[in-house]
Design a binder for this molecule. Structure first.
Ligand code: LFC
Ligand code: MG
Length: 479
C-alpha cells in the first residue's frame, strides 16, 4: 500500500570546523561546515526520507526556512505517485511561481530544493530496500531518462539521445558493478591541503594520505604565490618520493600525463579568488609544480572566462576544473558547450538534487568530459560516492579518468558513513545501507544543532561571558 507524506522536521546543524582551519581556502578562511537537513515523514512509520544541503555556517537558518517552503508542497502527496516519475516530481517541486521568483533555479531556493529532492530520492531507495546508487543503476534506460530534468538542455542533449546512450551502456552494467565493488572507486584527498593548516601539518597529513594509499592530492592556493609554491614543493617532495609513495596512477589516464616520478598527481584549488588574467598569470607561475588542474580559478558563472583560462593553460599541460558553485544544469551545459572545462565537478546539493545531477551526468558523458564530484564539506562524501557509481555503472561507463574528492572530516556523525579501502579508493556502499547515506545520528543533533545543541549552547554562553568581561573573540564563535 502506498504511503502519503504527512509532515517534516528540519534541523540546522553546524560543526565548529573554523576552530581548526578544516575546510579553509583562499575565499573561505573560517568555515563552520553545516547541514540544512530535512526528514520527510510519511503515513508509514517505517518510511522516512532524509536529505540535506551544505552551507558553511551563518545563513544555514535561512536555507532551513527555504527548505520548509519547498517541502510544504509535498505534504499530502502519495509517495508511489511521486516515485513513478521523478522528473515530473522535480518539475512540480521547482514550479511554484512565487518561490521560483526568488531564484529562478539558483541561490538559496535552489539548494533548498536540492535538500528536498535528495530526501525524496532517499525515501524512494529506502522503499525499495536499496542504496540510492543501486536503485538508479537498476533502472531501465527509460526510467532513468524519465527521472532526469531536461528542461532548457535539449539543445545539448535530447531525451532520445540520452536513451540511446544509456541503452548502449546496458550490456556492460553488471560487469562494471562487479569491478567497482571489488576495486572501489578512485579517490583524491583534499583534507591534507587546507589553507589554514601550517606547513608541518600539511606535510604530516600528506604523508598519512600517501600511507592510506591515495595518489591524487589537492592543495588550496590563491593567497600568496610565494607561500603556495613553498607548500606545493613540500607536498610534491613527499608524493614524488618513492620512499613514501607506493601506489601508481594509471599512466594512460588524463591525470597520469601530469603525474610525477612516482605516479602521484597534484591539483590546486583557488576557490574563485582571481580575475581571469590574474588566474592565468598565477597558475602559469606554478607550472613547474605540474598541477593536473586548477579548480575554480575565477567567478563560477564566468563561462567564457573559464574557456579563456583553459586555452591559455593548455600549452602548460594544466587543465581547468569547476562546478562546486555551478548553480544549475544550464551553467554546466554552457561550460561544456564552450569547451571551458577539463573536469566537471558537480555538487550533490547545490544542483537541485539527484534529478538535476542526472542531467549533468548525461551531458558530461555526451561531451566526453569526466565528472569528479565536489565533496569538500559535511555529508558530501556520503552523497557523492552514490553519484559516481551511477556515473560509472550506468552513464559514462568509465572510471579510469575520474577521481572522487575525499575529505576526512565528520563522517562519524552519519549512520552509514562513507569509507576508503586500503588502496585509497571509496568502498561501494553496501546493500544494507539503504537510501542516500545522509541520515545523521541523533547525537549529531544533540551536540551540534544550532543554537541549542550542547556544543553551541556552551560556546554561545561562553561568548556572552567574554563580552561582559570585555575579552571578545577568543573562543572562535562567529555567530
Ligand atoms: C569551504 C570549503 O571547504 C571549500 O574549500 C571546499 O569545498 C573546496 O573548494 C573543495 O574543493 O573541496
Ligand atoms: Mg573546491
Amino acid at each position: 500500500m502506498s504511503a502519503k507524506i504527512t509532515h517534516f522536521d528540519i534541523h540546522d546543524v553546524r560543526f565548529p570546523t573554523s576552530l581548526t582551519g578544516d575546510g579553509s581556502d583562499a575565499m573561505n578562511a573560517a568555515c563552520d561546515y553545516s547541514s540544512a537537513y530535512i526528514a520527510l515523514h510519511t503515513s508509514d512509520p517505517t518510511l522516512t526520507g532524509y536529505g540535506m544541503t551544505f552551507t558553511i555556517g551563518r545563513g544555514n537558518d535561512i536555507v532551513c526556512s527555504a527548505i520548509a517552503a519547498v517541502a510544504q508542497q509535498l505534504v499530502g502527496k502519495d509517495t508511489e505517485e511521486l516515485f513513478a516519475d521523478m522528473g515530473k516530481t522535480w518539475s512540480f517541486l521547482l514550479s511554484d511561481s512565487q518561490l521560483r521568483w526568488i531564484g529562478p533555479e539558483k541561490g538559496v531556493i535552489h539548494i533548498a530544493s536540492g535538500a528536498v529532492d535528495n530526501a525524496l530520492w532517499d525515501m524512494y531507495a529506502r522503499s525499495r530496500k536499496k542504496p540510492l546508487w543501486k536503485l538508479v543503476v537498476d533502472m531501465t534506460p527509460e526510467e532513468l531518462v524519465r527521472s532526469t530534468a531536461f528542461r532548457y538542455i535539449t539543445d545539448a542533449i535530447t531525451p532520445e539521445e540520452a536513451l540511446a546512450m544509456l541503452k548502449e551502456r546496458e550490456a556492460g552494467k553488471k560487469e562494471r558493478e562487479a569491478k567497482v565493488r571489488e576495486l572501489g572507486y578512485p579517490a583524491y584527498v583534499t583534507s591534507a591541503g587546507w589553507l589554514g593548516y601550517d606547513d608541518a601539518k600539511i606535510a604530516r597529513l600528506t604523508k598519512d594520505a600517501v600511507q592510506q594509499g591515495f595518489n591524487h592530492f589537492k592543495m588550496k592556493v590563491g593567497q600568496s604565490l610565494e607561500k603556495d609554491l613553498k607548500r606545493a614543493r613540500i607536498i610534491r617532495n613527499i608524493i614524488d618520493n618513492p620512499e613514501y609513495t607506493t601506489k601508481k596512477v594509471d599512466p594512460k589516464s588524463i591525470a597520469g600525463k601530469n603525474a610525477g616520478p612516482t605516479g602521484s598527481v597534484f591539483m590546486i584549488d583557488a576557490n574563485q579568488v582571481w580575475d581571469v588574467q590574474q588566474a592565468i598569470d598565477f597558475v602559469t607561475a606554478m607550472a613547474d609544480v605540474k598541477p593536473w588542474f586548477i579548480e575554480e580559478p575565477t567567478a563560477p558563472d564566468d563561462i567564457l572566462g573559464h574557456a579563456k583560462i583553459r586555452k591559455a593553460l593548455k600549452p602548460y599541460g594544466i587543465g581547468v576544473a569547476t562546478g562546486e558553485h555551478g548553480h544549475n544544469r544550464i551553467l554546466f551545459k554552457q561550460l561544456l558547450q564552450a569547451e571551458a572545462i577539463d573536469v566537471c565537478q558537480i555538487d550533490s546539493c547545490r544542483l537541485a538534487g539527484v534529478t538535476e545531477v542526472l542531467s549533468v551526468l548525461l551531458m558530461a558523458a555526451k561531451f566526453g568530459v569526466p565528472v569528479c564530484p565536489h565533496a569538500g564539506g559535511v555529508g558530501l562524501c556520503e552523497y557523492v560516492i552514490h553519484l559516481s557509481l551511477i556515473d560509472y555503472i550506468a552513464v559514462s561507463g568509465s572510471m579510469e579518468r575520474n577521481v572522487l574528492e575525499y575529505v576526512d572530516h565528520l563522517h562519524e556523525h552519519f549512520i552509514y558513513p562513507c569509507s576508503i579501502n586500503q588502496n585509497g579508493r571509496y568502498n561501494v556502499p553496501s546493500n544494507e545501507a539503504e537510501g542516500y547515506s545522509i541520515q545523521f545520528k541523533e547525537s549529531a543533533f544533540a551536540e551540534f544543532e544550532y543554537p541549542h545543541g550542547t556544543y553551541w549552547a556552551g560556546a554561545l554562553a561562553e561568548q556572552q561571558k567574554e563580552k561582559a568581561n570585555g575579552t571578545n573573540g577568543v573562543n572562535g564563535v562567529h555567530h
